[in-house]
Design a protein around this ligand. Sequence first.
Ligand SMILES: NC(=O)c1ccc[n+]([C@@H]2O[C@H](COP(=O)([O-])OP(=O)(O)OC[C@H]3O[C@@H](n4cnc5c(N)ncnc54)[C@H](O)[C@@H]3O)[C@@H](O)[C@H]2O)c1
Length: 358
Amino acid sequence: MSTHPLRAGVIGAGAIGQQGHIPGFQAAGVEIAAVCDSNFARAQEVAHKFNIPKAFADYRQLLAQPEIEVVSVGLPNALHASVTIDALNAGKHVLCEKPMTTSGAWAEAMIAAAKKNGRLLSVNQHMRFDRTARAMRDIVASGCLGRVYLAESKWIRQQGIPGFGSWFTNKDLAGGGALYDIGVHLLDLILHLLDFPEVVAVKGFLSGELGKQKIGLGGWGADRFTDGRFDVDDTAFAVLTLKDGAQIRLLVTWAAFGPPEDRVTLYGTQGGLDRSNFFSDSPSLKRYWAHEGRIVADEPDLSPYPNERAWIQAVDAFIKAVRGEAPLVVLPEQALQVVRILEAIAASAASGREVVLT
Ligand SMILES: NC(=O)c1ccc[n+]([C@@H]2O[C@H](COP(=O)([O-])OP(=O)(O)OC[C@H]3O[C@@H](n4cnc5c(N)ncnc54)[C@H](O)[C@@H]3O)[C@@H](O)[C@H]2O)c1
């Protein structure tokens, strides 16, 4: 049994580094030994703010610190794979941000590096850890919904194009827009709720009409209004067909001429589940079933599930796996499946044809 506390390095001192990784490590009792950001002033500022002893501009310097056993990667999406692979090769366990990376080939290389080095790799799909998501998963697993034949999910931001002109809206650095940024969350969540069924075909549609006009900017992003490049989608729609014929429908927008909405609905042969207003102060979860031929509903009891912020729980779950206290929750192979589907949605949108996955 190790006598010293686990020590972490935080790569990327931007929004998620500061709001998710650092508080998550601290809450899990992990000592943060170093922070890195190519914007060195930001790295130093964050080190000072959170009392972190070392700050670096180059992540390789952080990886060279022998006392660091785990790292988080909170960088622009296109950098996830190379930095994660370097970290695994340096013997660190890695919690990488979502999306895992921007291509299936990169995701496979990340998994191979984790295996080769015998280190844990996970992806911060924190939405799985929210209490409503935990309740939904348990309800689905209980079998009381019967066979889920349709899952519908929506995340409509009216005014939420993050970091306009930053890496977020640059296809080379982000891989995609709303699809890769928030579509990835809903996709992972639904696949997790359904226990990662096989997806056999994908039809996708992407649009970036509002972003091009600089309509709907707002929300997240540390670096804004840099070069003004916007060549990603602000709207993504997809229909996924599962092996048993069931369908998953996904609609996400960063910006839209319509009311903001978020909703995940599962329709089963024996019952249904509907979660909405997840991002408000009063999220709603309803369960539906049949009583004497009529559809009735109630609100599942959430009290058995922790009410801690999902970001904190996600980091905690990863650390528990590193410490050998619990199995890893977000498996890299699952994240690979999600990346392959994101790629298929983009390919289908570009060709106008359904993509069949083998
Ligand atoms: N899980 C979530 O809910 C969630 C929420 C927000 C962001 N994210 C993910 O986190 C990642 C970062 O997003 P963010 O919102 O924190 O972005 P951000 O722009 O706020 O921060 C990114 C940081 O990376 C730094 N950086 C860029 N290139 C670097 C390099 N080569 N070496 C070191 N530092 C470098 C930038 O200077 C910046 O400080 C993205 O993958 C995003 O999808 C996840």
